[in-house]
Design a protein around this ligand. Structure first.
Ligand code: COA
Length: 580
């Protein structure tokens, strides 16, 4: 089929559906929902068999749904309607939720149902659920809907009438008044539910020591206690605040009109008198707490977890992680598993912190040096086998960081964006010029970097970026990793593999030193950061400030791409390719 995605952005769910539907043999073209006229033009150019809306912030124009089959991917179970679906479910502690594929009609989320897939709602942030359970259920629901469409005689069912005789149950947009936290009365469970329901957008509005802020990324704290609302401690950029019956960590804050940044950076001097409570990554705390980097060891295997919010890795985070790697490298283990975070593996340098810096070019430079130092530490581990396990999505330099390991595994459903060009034509570093060709060959480099498209795990596996795709996801994946890592550690071939890698590294170094790769990459990056062409700074600014799209990039909008087919060439020649 020819499927046109009408979407607000090419976000993680849209990317996931894009790779899954293409893998099923469908052709997918994308149009960002900019205004009615542009959407209508896209439909006219592409003449799709189906319009699919994975992530829309407004209704599909009637001029489109009246004449074309249009499906909305709604992140709610059968009968649920409204724009804050997941938010209500998390805030109210639902244990099951779902994704429904509805046909677009005049009333929002009220059209005939083509498929609906339920899932268990884990206690987690909205973003975490969206990238995992919601995305999996959306893929299953769209596949089911396509199968139904192909079934002769299948009729999508109408929503049963709910309250007031209207179809389904309409839940309105959740407002800040309904999200608000009363620190003097709310329990930890309630505070966590509210914060999780608002993560990563729009956050919960609050005030801390006189500063209006929105709160993001909460973690439970088992031990620290204080008067409700009191700030109890700081750690690795996060703040710990007392609730009625306990405390929570909040890692990120955003001032009105500001950027989402580590909480301690936003609060600055307002934190006077709040003690820092560092926690060594190698220490196992007594109960739940915020430990951004943690090292655990069992049966001859070391596991290094790094839960960097949004996968963004600042200079300081890279340095802390590198120190942890160096310590892990001194342990008496033969296998080190880099576990990344549950929600993200890594998205490379920390663009928000760079944007917030007084000197963004210098801050970019420092950050990429710190990423490179970290990557090099991993490449140079000679006495153990290093495994990267991507349990969450990875982008740009984050993908190449993973390739520094000897084995690269991923959980099913993870999305990889192994390219830099979308960020203002960044050249990229992280030793990719050494790491990528040794996996995919010189000929494969352009397949990975050049097309600027996301890859699913099967595609990454066949290109050679991955060595294995795990069978399980989420909590189950951790046990599978332990099993596989212990099997590696116990394998009689392990000493041979380690000797081979040390020998190969020495040969590679003799052929061309790592420093030479780094120098060449950084010479190009220096032009990106300090040179005459400001593309990277412009792209970073648009990305972190979430500037709305003014047009769909041509590599996504096949229907606007001259090279796509003859019919479109005519349309383009008639003037439809001008930027909108
Ligand atoms: N620095 C800071 N924040 C980042 C980030 C980075 N490198 N990469 C992603 N984020 C943030 C986003 O701003 C977003 O923040 P939010 O919680 O306020 O919404 C969040 O992570 C999720 O990102 P989003 O773009 O919504 O996720 P996605 O899964 O839809 O898209 C990517 C994934 C990788 C395509 C996209 O995040 C991206 O292009 N990131 C930049 C990668 C990059 O160029 N890094 C620098 C070069 S090494």
């Amino acid at each position: 089929m020819r499927i046109l995605f009408l979407t607000h952005a090419f976000n993680s769910l849209t990317q996931r559906l894009f790779v899954e539907l293409r893998r099923l043999g469908h052709e997918v073209s994308i149009e960002f929902d900019i205004n009615d006229r542009v959407s209508e033009e896209a439909v006219a150019l592409y003449a799709p068999d189906l319009v699919l809306a994975p992530f829309l912030k407004r209704a599909i124009p009637e001029t489109i749904w009246r004449h074309h089959l249009c499906w909305i991917v709604h992140p709610g179970p059968l009968g649920d309607r409204g724009p804050s679906s997941l938010d209500w479910a998390i805030a109210e502690g639902a244990s099951r939720w779902g994704v429904t594929v509805l046909q677009a009609e005049a009333a929002m989320d009220a059209g005939p149902v083509w498929a609906s897939v339920p899932f268990a709602l884990r206690p987690a942030t909205k973003g975490s659920l969206y990238r995992a359970e919601v995305s999996d259920a959306a893929v299953a629901a769209v596949r089911q809907a396509l199968a139904n469409l192909a079934t002769p005689g299948f009729t999508p069912r109408c929503l049963p009438a709910g309250e007031g005789g209207q179809p389904g149950t309409w839940r309105p947009l959740m407002r800040q008044a309904e999200r608000a936290i009363d620190w003097s009365r709310d329990t930890t469970d309630r505070v966590l539910a509210r914060l999780r329901a608002a993560d990563g957008h729009p956050g919960v509005r609050d005030e801390i020591r006189g500063l209006p802020v929105s709160l993001y990324n909460p973690w439970p704290e088992a031990s620290l206690r204080g008067a409700p609302g009191e700030l109890l401690a700081t750690r690795d950029g996060a703040i710990c605040r007392a609730t009625l019956d306990g405390a929570v960590w909040i890692t990120h804050l955003r001032e009105p009109q500001g950027l989402k940044l580590p909480a301690t950076q936003v609060l600055g001097e307002r934190l006077a008198g709040v003690p820092d409570a560092p926690l060594d990554p190698f220490v196992v705390p007594a109960g739940e707490t915020w430990q951004e980097i943690r090292y655990r060891e069992a049966n001859g295997v070391g596991y290094l977890f790094f839960d960097f919010h949004n996968g963004a890795m600042s200079t300081a985070q890279c340095r802390r992680l590198r120190q942890a790697c160096e310590r892990a490298d001194r342990r008496d283990t033969r296998v080190l598993v880099l576990m990344g975070g549950r929600d993200f593996w890594s998205n490379g340098i920390h663009l928000n912190r760079i944007e917030a810096d007084e000197h963004p070019a210098e801050a970019s430079w420092e950050n990429i040096q710190a990423m490179d130092d970290l990557t090099r530490t991993l490449i140079e581990m000679r006495e153990r086998l290093v495994v990267s396990v991507m349990r969450g999505n990875a982008g740009a330099g984050g993908v190449f960081l993973a390739l520094a390991a000897d084995r690269v595994w991923a959980t099913p459903g993870v999305m990889l964006n192994p390219h830099y060009k979308n960020m203002g034509n960044l050249y990229g570093s992280e030793y990719w010029t050494y790491l990528l060709p040794r996996r995919v060959g010189e000929a494969g480099v352009d397949d990975v970097l050049g097309n600027r498209l996301p890859l699913g795990t099967p595609e990454a596996l066949s290109l050679g970026l991955l060595d294995a795709v795990l069978e399980s996801q989420g909590a189950a994946a951790e046990s599978e990793v332990v099993q596989r890592a212990e099997a590696l550690a116990a394998d009689p071939a392990l000493p041979g593999w380690i000797a081979d890698k040390a020998r190969r590294r020495a040969e590679d170094e003799a052929h061309r030193p790592l420093q030479a790769y780094r120098d060449d990459e950084l010479a190009r990056m220096s032009l990106n950061f300090f040179g005459f062409d400001p593309s990277y700074h412009v792209a970073r600014y648009s990305f972190v400030w979430r500037r709305p799209h003014s047009r769909t990039p041509l590599h996504l909008a096949l229907h606007r791409n001259r090279r796509h087919d003859g019919r479109q060439s005519e349309a383009v020649a008639a003037g439809s390719e001008r930027p909108v």
